[in-house]
Design a protein around this ligand. Structure first.
Ligand code: FAD
Length: 310
């Protein structure tokens, strides 16, 4: 059994493991795919102190840094169920999909999240070639170009406002007959000269030239007509889904399924901490996930040193 068992091997999990191991306590990391979302990222330009790097490069640096310490890495292991300890200071159990189980006196849950995809032809093919999911990350790559934002909820409208200040033109495409974002955001959006809003539109296809996105096609849901829009980028903003389905009955989750944590990263269960994109943290970014992972590990250490000697 571990003193600190980390579930998830993205930036949050890697930071947790390093901070825990540096306290000299027995630490393990189980991850479905070590590296996490970073593996799916091309250019990273906001990893502070590194002007520019690439996802796979950062992912291998994360793994190498964790391996500098005495941390047991269990890659390709998917957690399926959490059984919190019934007694304070006892072992929490994590049951893996393959039936095996791991135990930790403290746990750090850092299973991340995934962007909901449109599921239309071309989306996968042009991912990172014009199809993007994170305006904070990729917005500046489209400076002076034309983009669409798919989704008229708060995140879509925020993204459109953000991008309108960087790119030449933004087309916001919403499936419903009206936007769902807060009124104040909608008013702000409507005041911008380089934004066009299209409602009742079902995106049907991402168009490209084999190398990059060249446009998108949508169907007007009122008239059944098909339309094409020429552009260079598409930001899909139809939801970020936390990887927390396996935790439903064990700890408190927000209505969106995010793990509820306090300022120390502690969940509703004593001794169980969480960090990164799977939590209620308001912004989902690499540096933020790393900071949160470090916080969770220091909190886990604080928890451990306060347990009565057994
Ligand atoms: P993740 O990176 O999602 O890692 C989660 C880990 O948990 C993975 O190891 C995963 O395999 C594992 N896992 C999930 N479920 C289970 C389970 N049941 N059992 C065991 N393990 C599990 N951020 C930036 O700051 N800058 C950027 O430029 C940037 N670009 C991005 C581009 C793309 C295409 C994407 C998708 C994201 C981008 N982000 C960027 C966001 C950034 O990648 C995330 O904020 C960050 O990776 C979150 O770290 P995390 O450790 O919380 O989660």
């Amino acid at each position: 059994p571990f003193e600190v068992l980390v579930i998830g091997g993205g930036p949050a999990g890697a930071a947790s493991a390093i901070y825990a191991a540096r306290k000299g306590i027995r630490t393990g990391v189980a991850a479905e795919r070590f590296g996490g979302q970073v593996l799916d990222t091309m250019d990273i330009e906001n990893f502070i102190s590194v002007s520019r790097t690439e996802g796979p490069k950062l992912a291998s640096a994360l793994e190498a840094h964790v391996k500098d310490y005495d941390v047991e890495i269990m890659n390709l292991q998917k957690a399926a169920k959490l059984i919190p300890s019934k007694i304070e200071g006892g072992y929490h159990e994590v049951v893996l999909e393959n039936g095996a189980s791991l135990k930790g006196r403290t746990l750090i849950l850092s299973t991340g999240a995934r962007w909901r995809q449109m599921g239309v032809p071309g989306e996968e093919e042009y991912r990172n070639k014009g199809v993007a999911y994170c305006p904070h990350c990729d917005g500046p790559l489209f400076k002076g170009k034309r983009v669409a934002v798919i989704g008229g909820g708060n995140s879509g409208v925020e993204a459109a406002i953000d991008l309108a200040g960087i790119v030449a033109h933004v087309t916001l495409v919403e499936y419903d007959s009206q936007l769902r974002a807060d009124a104040v955001l909608q008013r702000k959006l409507a005041s911008l000269p380089n934004v066009k809003i299209i409602t009742s539109a079902l995106t049907t296809k991402v168009d490209g030239n084999g190398e990059r996105v060249t446009g998108l096609s949508y169907k007007d849901r009122n008239h059944g007509t098909e339309h094409d829009v020429e552009l260079e980028g598409i930001f899909v903003q139809i939801g970020l889904v936390p990887n927390t389905e396996w935790l439903k009955d064990a700890i408190a989750l927000s209505p969106r399924g995010e793990i509820e944590i306090d300022a120390r990263g502690e969940t509703s269960q004593p001794g169980i901490f969480a960090a990164g994109d799977c939590t209620t943290v308001p912004y989902k970014q690499i540096v933020i996930a790393m900071g949160a992972g470090s916080t969770a590990a220091l909190s886990a250490f604080d928890y451990l040193i306060r347990l009565p000697a057994s």
